[in-house]
Write a protein that binds this ligand. Structure first.
Ligand code: ATP
Length: 314
């Protein structure tokens, strides 16, 4: 009986050194199918090195790697390569080939029919340029061709290094729609990105690399919780209601008063509901309530703060 592939990536205490320098050290992580994990970190944090280890392009100096239940550095892994889609950070194509010829070339490499490629061009919105030479493509068009190439053959694991580089806002949205579709059809997705603002609400988990080490990993709410990052409850209300809220929450929640009619309570995420319940129980006149959780960018800054860990989260 064929076993379900789960998880797609398992890393145990992975390290990679170049000479005396460890580019990554002691990295453990698991990526199950139907999940999207974002790998984030400053320049030089070790993201590309980790991706190369996962793809079997370089051997780790320490630890164990399993990708689709196999060691990617072993010879027998080659038969699993067609189950992996990879978009490199820098997409380089032969300029004289057309989009169709390029994708046909990659389809053949994966053992797929080279004449059924229209759906891929449609998905990345490149159908109008299939017979145009790649040398005439814009940067964003080349990036979309790279994504079409990664999607060939419905991979079980998609590794996307900076997938939205050079894309306009509509194309960026489309990439996240494609990621969602691939996830729903069972793929595991590893995405490396510096554009943290677009990852909020679009990923299942995040792994933060800092100088080659794993600074944190988990869901965004888990990471906020781990270092006690505060959420904000913004209340717009008549001055007397704001005054009453300021008195009621003088202890516990941190209060910022922006004007007579705007008050903000800063509290731990698991205190939000209780605070809201207390406010509503007072029967005060309230015009508007806004709940703001720390963004991934703020979470990332808190974990990568060089001076004092956690210094951004107060
Ligand atoms: P960026 O966001 O800039 O792409 P990154 O997180 O992908 O950075 P890596 O490219 O993995 O970072 O590099 C991590 C560290 O390993 C860097 O200090 C880099 O100089 C070093 N490194 C990577 N590849 C090599 C190599 N082939 N030889 C020597 N050092 C290397």
């Amino acid at each position: 009986m064929k076993m379900d592939i789960f998880p797609a990536i398992e890393l145990l205490n992975i390290g990679k050194s170049f000479g005396k320098k460890w580019a990554i050290k002691d990295i453990s992580l698991t990526l199950p199918e139907r999940q999207c994990l974002a790998l984030v970190g400053h320049n030089g944090a070790g993201k590309t090195t980790l991706i190369k280890v996962i793809l079997g392009l370089i051997k780790p100096s320490a630890g164990e790697v399993r990708v689709l239940h196999h060691d990617p550095a072993m010879r027998d892994f080659s038969k699993l390569r067609c189950s992996i889609g990879f978009l490199p950070e820098q997409v380089l194509f032969q300029k004289t080939l057309t989009g169709r010829e390029t994708l046909a070339f990659y389809a053949r490499l994966k053992g797929l029919p080279a004449n059924k490629l229209d759906e891929y061009f449609e998905r990345v919105d490149l159908h109008a340029a299939v017979d145009q030479r790649v040398g005439t493509y814009s940067k964003g068009m080349r990036q979309r061709l790279g994504i079409a190439q990664a999607l060939l053959g419905r991979p079980k694991l998609l590794v996307l290094d900076e997938p939205t580089t050079g894309l306009d806002p509509v194309a960026r949205q489309n990439i996240y729609k494609i990621i969602d579709e691939e996830k729903k059809s069972g793929a595991a997705i590893l995405i490396s990105s510096h554009v943290l603002t677009e990852l909020d609400d679009r990923i299942d988990r995040v792994a933060i690399l800092n100088e080659g080490a794993m600074a944190a990993q988990g869901t965004i709410p888990q990471l906020r919780h781990q270092i006690g990052m505060r959420s904000r409850i913004g209340i717009t209300a008549p001055p007397e209601s704001c005054d009453a809220i300021a008195v009621a929450f003088a202890e516990g929640a941190r209060i910022e008063r922006f004007s007579a009619e705007k008050i903000v309570l800063r509290c731990l995420p698991d205190q939000k509901v209780e605070i809201l319940r207390k406010i509503m129980a007072k029967g005060l006149a309230i015009t508007d309530i806004e709940l703001i959780d720390p963004t991934l960018e703020q979470v990332f800054n808190a974990y990568s703060c060089p001076v004092q860990p956690g210094c951004h989260h107060a």
